[in-house]
Ligand binder design. Sequence first.
Ligand code: NAD
Ligand code: 89V
Length: 339
Amino acid sequence: MRIALIGCGFFAQNQLHGWQGIDGAEVVALCDRDADRLAASSDAFGVARTYADAEALFRDGGFDVVDIATTVASHRPLVKLAARHGVHVICQKPFALTMADARAMVAAVEASGKLLMVHENFRWQSPVRAAIDALRSGAIGEPFFGRVSFRSGYDVFSGQPYLAEGERFIIEDLGIHILDIARALFGDVARITATTRRINPKIRGEDVATMLLAHTGGVTSVVDCSYATRRVPETFPESLLEIDGTEGTLRLDTGYRLTIQRGGQTDVRDVSPPLLPWASKPWHNIQESVQLIQQHFVDCLREGRVPETSGQDNLQTFGLVEAAYLSAREGRTVGMDEI
Ligand code: NAD
Ligand code: 89V
């Protein structure tokens, strides 16, 4: 499987390492309009074919998959270019700038007959996956309440300065992952109510969001996110879970501790992610999930399956982001049929 990667920035380094760990996958070309970043990745990962311009990359071809690791503004043109050239596509989150863009991108790749996956990796973090697997196997019966929580004071702006500049911040960048975990656990959503705050005066967008979700299957969940929470221990980048079911409870607590209680029994497991040789703490949890979602994509291509976070699937997660902003702006509950 020959891969071309577009966007050799901060996060793409994880994707490049991830591809090196996957049997039968090889990154054969790199593209970035920033010459220094392009050269640095080319040297570090030994990829000789490099392009400053995506049109030229596609014109030359010679790859089966394009991995788009640029920031959101370029996603629509790059996905459409990929569809025109008939290659499979992986695109970073947030998938698009608007719902209309997201739908157009999904339609374009569908028309090309190729596979489209959004790189929505948080549901692939091994601690989160352990909870998803337990829930899906009925470990606590039917869930009726859930809380998916991400609260941190970690300085994300040092590695990703653009996060301080956008009108939208935490829901679009981080909340999108946490909403996707809620969907992976409890299914699609009928209605959402959200509030937002900006606590850090140095940034433009909101850094706190609290969302109440009514899932179509009957679960009520709370999705809460903050980058303004100063506490010890700092839990970045852990997503914490509290789930109540008809037969028991599941908790994913600080330090990657999974506790399942049922029928008077308590089962406590350490579900810490491994530290891959190229990874570093505290990012190792996210870094492992990059390789796991890439492996999932490769498995799906080989076995003719649709990835969990296909473009079509991600319309629901992206729709929740749009609905949350609308709810916070208008101070009301928003039905997903409005989006
Ligand atoms: P970045 O700014 O560090 O890197 C983006 C790179 O893309 C830059 O080098 C830029 O020159 C290049 N680029 C932009 N448009 C281009 C175009 N049209 N053609 C060629 N090159 C182009 O950004 P980043 O922090 O690496 O984030 C990239 C994406 O990854 C964002 O969408 C971000 O939300 C996402 N991200 C995801 C995770 C995750 O866990 N899934 C974590 C961090 C960032
Ligand atoms: O996953 C992300 O999109 C990152 C971070 C975890 C830092 O919010 O931007």
